[in-house]
Design a binder for this molecule. Structure first.
Ligand code: ATP
Ligand code: MG
Length: 573
């Protein structure tokens, strides 16, 4: 006989007040509902309710991985430093990588990800093209010594990740493995009840994507996304939007110096002249990786993107005040006309057709209007440099982009031969030649997914779990456990539901009805079956649908069949 659980036995220490350590709604709720507890910064224990949900998320992942032929394994969480030295990541990965020696003074790392381990695992034993493709995955704790662990499970130091690695003989094979994983990731999000967008993180040479992040939409998300009704979605820092810029004031006959006292910021300048910010040009001064000075010009209403600037200038930094002075530049009033010749001038591609530029005059409290590239100054290079924003044009269809915030729950990557080459992981191809594997890697934040679900699905009373990941699907709530009509009726419903394979918890605690209602709402079980004295006497119970917010009276005789059918229906969206 399938059994039901008793709330009095479930270790879920609830909190009445919002814990001071939490900012995010989902983090507060995880703590208040007694689902997680913090051991130290970024280190959490998962209590029974959270663990039940986590296991369900893992089951969904396993089912979807098995369905595409990926095989589950488990490798050690600890990785010998030598493997990371082979790929150069031992020194490059940064402080997130926790390194430690063992008693023999041999160095190890706590795996923050496992490309090296998986590549090492197959490099001497996966030998022939005939054995390919192979995709292996695991679900395991990862450790990253995050600089700012925060928001509970969102950014932990130890967290649960599903990571998969594919090994193919050809680029086309890698593409196919990648596409399969990407499709599976979309289904996993959907089955977990997440509203998520696949966002292009990186695109390849032929225009297709080579990395996609799945972003659960939430205002509290750390990622900033632009998306379009046509289906386009990208990180705002990766998107190459078409940006409409306005011409600045002035005449096309020639530039003119104008007095603009106290207008060191674009905001002040636009306000002073009564023009839109996009009619101005912002000047950014930086030193590129080679140590050369660069003036980067961007539309006044857009920001320079670090990632794009990194691609263009290598390891760059914005000029310090001393460096500005060295080039004779006046902060807040910098422009390309009459510039020190040592400075290279680059401008955002969106400005290419614009002929009337409003720029700094390289003199305090003055700007130049009507400056024209090609005539009044040279632009050495036109590059895509800025962060896309709401109302910019969609690169696919030209419509206006929307912006949104998201939580990165998972990411798929095409790695190519990056790891296989540096680690000498080769196979014998059909033509008898040893070739490095074409690899892909695919990660899902399992613990982050749980919190993302809650961030998307809650109200002021608590969590509203979608059925597929709820710790329990149904809570049966007898209002008086000592009553010799109510208790047996509740018990019978719970048994009946359990018998049908429904995951049931009975709130058998001797608490006031108000306390029980609050706790059940807080813990977010999708259905509550409330058994009160009067209802039961009339042959009824009350069925509350936590997500829909509805309450209906249902006859005790019909409840089990009706509710079990409904729950089963909702298990697979
Ligand atoms: P982020 O940009 O949020 O730091 P990432 O891109 O570095 O994440 P990946 O290396 O892509 O992370 O790891 C795969 C998945 O693991 C991520 O999509 C995310 O869901 C999860 N993850 C990464 N770092 C953390 C963390 N510190 N806490 C919880 N989950 C994490
Ligand atoms: Mg990522």
């Amino acid at each position: 006989m399938k059994r039901y659980y008793k709330m009095s036995h479930v270790y879920a220490p609830t909190l009445k007040e919002d814990p001071a350590e939490a900012e995010l709604a989902s983090h507060k709720l995880l703590l208040r509902a007694g689902m997680i507890r913090r051991t130290a910064a970024g280190l959490y224990s998962y209590l029974p309710l959270a663990w039940r949900s986590i296991r369900k998320i893992e089951t969904i992942i396993r089912e979807e991985m098995d369905a595409i032929g990926a095989q589950e394994i488990q490798v050690p969480m600890v990785v010998p430093a030598e493997l990371w030295e082979e790929t150069g990541r031992y020194d490059k990965y940064g402080k997130e990588l926790l390194k430690f020696p063992d008693r023999h003074e041999r160095n190890f790392v706590m795996g923050p990800t496992h490309e090296e381990t998986f590549t090492d695992l197959v490099r001497n034993e996966l030998r022939s093209y005939k054995q390919l493709p192979v995709t292996l995955y695991q679900i395991q704790d990862k450790f990253r010594d995050e600089i700012r662990p925060r928001f509970g499970l969102m950014r932990g130091r130890e967290f649960i990740m599903k990571d998969a690695y594919s090994f193919d003989a050809t680029v086309e094979g890698m593409q196919a493995s990648y596409d399969e994983q990407k499709d599976a990731y979309a289904r996993i999000c959907e089955r977990c009840g997440l509203k998520a967008l696949p966002v292009v993180a990186d695109s390849g040479q032929i225009g297709g994507d080579t990395s996609v992040e799945f972003m659960a939409l939430a205002d509290a998300g750390e990622a900033s996304i632009v998306w379009c009704d046509c289906g386009f979605a990208a990180d705002d820092e990766a998107a190459v939007a078409s940006i409409a810029v306005l011409e600045g004031p002035g005449s096309s006959d020639g530039w003119e110096k104008i007095s603009t006292p106290g207008t060191a910021s674009i905001e002040d300048l636009a306000a002073f002249l009564g023009i839109e910010q996009s009619a101005t040009r912002k000047s950014l001064l930086l030193i590129d990786e080679q140590g050369n000075g660069v003036l980067a010009l961007v539309p006044g209403d857009h920001e320079l993107t670090e990632v794009k600037a990194g691609k263009a200038f290598g390891e760059y930094h914005l000029m310090t005040d001393e460096e500005l002075e060295e080039f004779g530049l006046v902060k807040g009033f910098i422009g390309p006309v009459g510039l020190d010749e040592r400075l290279r001038v680059v401008a955002d591609v969106s400005l290419k057709d614009s002929k009337l530029w409003l720029v700094g005059a390289n003199e305090a409290d003055y700007h130049i209007q009507g400056a024209c590239p090609g005539r009044d100054f040279e632009v050495d290079e036109w590059i895509d440099l800025v962060t896309a924003q709401e109302s910019d044009g969609c690169p696919k269809c030209g419509s206006s982009l929307h912006s949104a915030r998201g939580i990165e729950v998972s990411q798929v990557f095409q790695l190519g031969t990056k790891y296989s080459e540096s680690m000498g992981a080769t196979f014998m191809d059909e033509d008898g030649v040893e070739k490095p594997f074409q690899m892909g890697c695919y990660g899902i934040g399992v613990s982050r997914t749980l919190q993302a679900v809650i961030e998307q699905s809650h109200d002021e009373h608590g969590i509203m779990f979608p059925v597929p990941v709820a710790p329990f699907e149904v809570a049966v709530v007898p209002l008086d456990v000592d009553d010799d009509v109510v208790w047996p009726a509740a018990q019978k419903l719970a048994e009946g539901l359990a018998e049908k394979g429904i995951e049931v918890v009975v709130d058998d605690r001797k608490e006031r009805p108000g306390v029980k209602f609050n706790d059940m709402d807080l813990m977010g079980f999708p259905y509550q079956v409330v058994c009160g004295k009067r209802g039961v006497a009339n042959g009824n119970c009350e069925l509350k649908d936590r997500l829909a917010g509805t309450r209906v009276d249902v006859s005790l005789d019909e409840l089990v069949d009706m509710l079990s059918a409904e729950v089963e229906n909702k298990r697979m969206p």
